[in-house]
Design a protein around this ligand. Structure first.
Ligand code: SAH
Length: 257
């Protein structure tokens, strides 16, 4: 696994443009005047705040989560053809057969994660995310946790997330390319572990890397074959597990590609 930390912001400084070179169209690389993608209107923050109101109406009550969701420009993480759907409560394709979860699911899972042990300011300590995808959820997590370690097994998406996150300059997000099934022992113990892909069981490595007082929130395949959200808590007395509502996540796969 290759770690990009803690020099993350320094590594992400965009190199001076080479004349004639084609640069990726990151939010930073957009020409002046084009910084608000078409389709979300002139003021993406207004659209985003409508999304936050809807999340609150749907039952997301944690103000830390609502504030974080109100700050992250979701439209900057999706393909330009999909920006007009970026603030709708829908999952969207992010390439390589993967999807970004709908805002309600992202908010719900982070709210569950925050039910674990937080500091006096209500912040989580170190968090491990399995499945960086386009990097959106990592950006939301960065606003509620001290450090975020995010692992992605597909190199193309790991690189896409790096490009998407560059303009946000989040010094506390560490992107890792590797198999998240084995967790990331170097960052352990974690106050929270959140999975964006569903496996048949919560891997033992995640349980071992979880701090006492911490929580794992992970979509998991149930005996009948359907996925449900599982919340696992570690205390000095041992591990407790709750099975919550049904969900539909892409499969958790081993190895890298
Ligand atoms: N949180 C992401 C959602 C990504 S979808 C976002 O905000 O965009 C789930 C991701 O999990 C996919 O990119 C998939 O490649 C990845 N994934 C699946 N199994 C994995 C594993 N074992 N380790 C790391 N990433 C994995």
């Amino acid at each position: 696994m290759t770690a990009r930390r803690p020099t993350f912001p320094a590594q992400l400084v965009t190199a001076a443009p080479v004349p004639g070179a084609v640069r990726p169209r990151t939010a930073q690389a957009r020409p002046a005047g084009e910084s608000q993608p078409r389709g979300v209107g002139l003021d993406s923050s207004a659209v985003r705040h409508r999304m936050v109101h809807k999340l609150a109406a749907q039952g997301i009550g944690d103000t830390r989560v609502l504030a974080a969701m109100g700050e992250v420009p979701r439209h900057a993480f999706v393909d330009s053809a999909l920006v007009n759907q970026a603030y709708e409560d829908t999952s969207l394709p992010i390439g390589l057969g993967q999807t970004i979860s709908k805002p309600n699911v992202v908010a719900r899972m982070i709210e569950l994660l925050l039910g674990g042990q937080c500091d006096s300011q209500g912040r989580l300590g170190r968090v491990l995310e399995i499945g960086t995808g386009c990097g959106y959820q990592a950006a939301v997590l960065a606003r509620v946790a001290r450090e975020v370690y995010s692992v992605e097994r597909l190199r193309g998406l790991h690189e896409k997330a790096r490009d998407n996150l560059r303009p946000l300059r989040l010094a506390n997000v560490h992107l890792l390319f590797g198999d998240g099934m084995v967790g990331y022992a170097k960052g352990a113990p974690y106050a929270g572990i959140i999975a964006a892909a569903g496996g048949d069981a919560v891997p033992q490595a995640w349980i071992e890397q979880l701090a006492v007082g911490g929580r794992i929130v992970a979509p998991t395949v149930m005996p009948g074959g359907a996925q449900a959200l599982v919340v696992l808590e570690k205390s000095t007395a041992g591990i407790t597990q709750r099975v919550l509502e049904p969900v539909h996540f892409v499969p958790l796969k081993s190895g890298i590609a």
